[in-house]
Write a protein that binds this ligand. Structure first.
Ligand code: ATR
Length: 279
């Protein structure tokens, strides 16, 4: 591609940021649609976030994604945030319009998009979410808005699950269970979602006894590296439908792209470069 004086700059703020696949995916998307823009990684430590935000405005960077550990920290710098970012207390997408910064959080809706893309109807399904961190919060909120009937949050630290459930209770029917007790209740759920990092490493423990997974279930792991975690491998062997985290990565990015450009993101182009990038 040709970078000229007119080329617009987008990027991602993160610390670390070297592992991020967003530059690959967003650059491919700009190119596919013939948009004169680049998307680059910015390694921004939490101490330097204030200077980075000033720099973004000073240099007229048009938009950024924000990742760990800055999603919450970026909020005070934003002039306006959407309802989801407000509920989350965290933003993953910032749009700069004439020096005013607008914040969004596309993680949860991106997750739901990735289920829809796989033909999963979430309305009125019973969902078990494992984990009670930021990813679980985003996913639970988006699922409730999409018509999910009932969510149970399972977590190692039950207090964290309860605190998250309390925040969600005004929106839908949300309960909790200790991770230690989920084996006996698992067959009550249609959709199981792992939002923890357990499964990223080869020697990670099992979250529960995966032999309890049934063929009628949809089992989702937001991990995409490895491409198929132990959880998904066993689920597949039980005849369950399995979905990894690549779709969530793509669709949170696709929503950011739409916020910045007003255009539908070329999702298949993004998937293709990510699949190559993950090889
Ligand atoms: P994220 O923003 O990606 O959700 P996070 O906020 O750090 O990350 O949340 C991590 C989640 O993974 C938590 O629910 C955590 O459980 P605890 O609340 O008990 O810490 C869960 N988690 C991490 N390592 C785990 C492990 N080895 N076993 C079970 N749960 C684990």
């Amino acid at each position: 591609m040709r970078i000229t004086g007119k080329t617009e700059v987008y990027g991602i703020f993160g610390f670390p940021v070297k592992h991020s696949l967003s530059p690959l995916m967003q650059t491919a998307a700009f190119r596919a649609l013939g948009i004169d823009a680049v998307y680059v990684p910015f390694e921004v430590s939490p101490e330097n976030l204030d200077k980075a935000v000033e720099g973004l405005k000073a240099m007229n960077i048009k938009g950024v994604n924000v990742t760990v550990p800055l999603k919450e920290r970026i909020i005070p710098y934003l002039d306006s945030i959407d309802k989801t970012a407000e509920f989350m207390g965290a933003a993953n997408t910032v749009k700069n319009i004439d020096g005013k910064l607008y914040g969004y959080n596309t993680d949860g809706d991106g997750f739901v998009d990735s289920l829809i893309e796989e033909g999963i109807e979430v309305r009125d399904r019973k969902v078990l979410i494992i984990g009670a961190g930021g990813s679980a919060k985003a996913i639970a909120y988006a699922l409730l808005k999409s018509g999910v009937n009932r969510i149970v949050i399972a977590n190692r630290t039950i207090e964290k699950a309860e605190s998250l459930a309390d925040k969600l209770k005004g929106i839908g029917d949300v309960n909790t269970v200790s991770l230690l007790n989920i084996n006996s209740v698992i067959d009550k759920f249609d959709i199981l979602i792992n939002t923890t990092s357990v499964g990223m490493e080869e020697d990670d423990p099992f979250l529960f006894d995966y032999n309890h997974i049934k063929s009628y279930m949809v089992v989702v792991d937001i991990i995409y590296k490895p491409f198929e975690t132990k959880l998904l491998k066993v689920a597949k062997s039980k005849g369950a439908k399995t979905i990894n985290g690549l779709g969530m990565l793509i669709h949170q990015g696709a929503r950011a792209f739409k916020i910045w450009t007003g255009k539908e993101a070329p999702v298949e182009v993004m998937r293709k470069v990510l699949l190559e990038g993950l090889k």
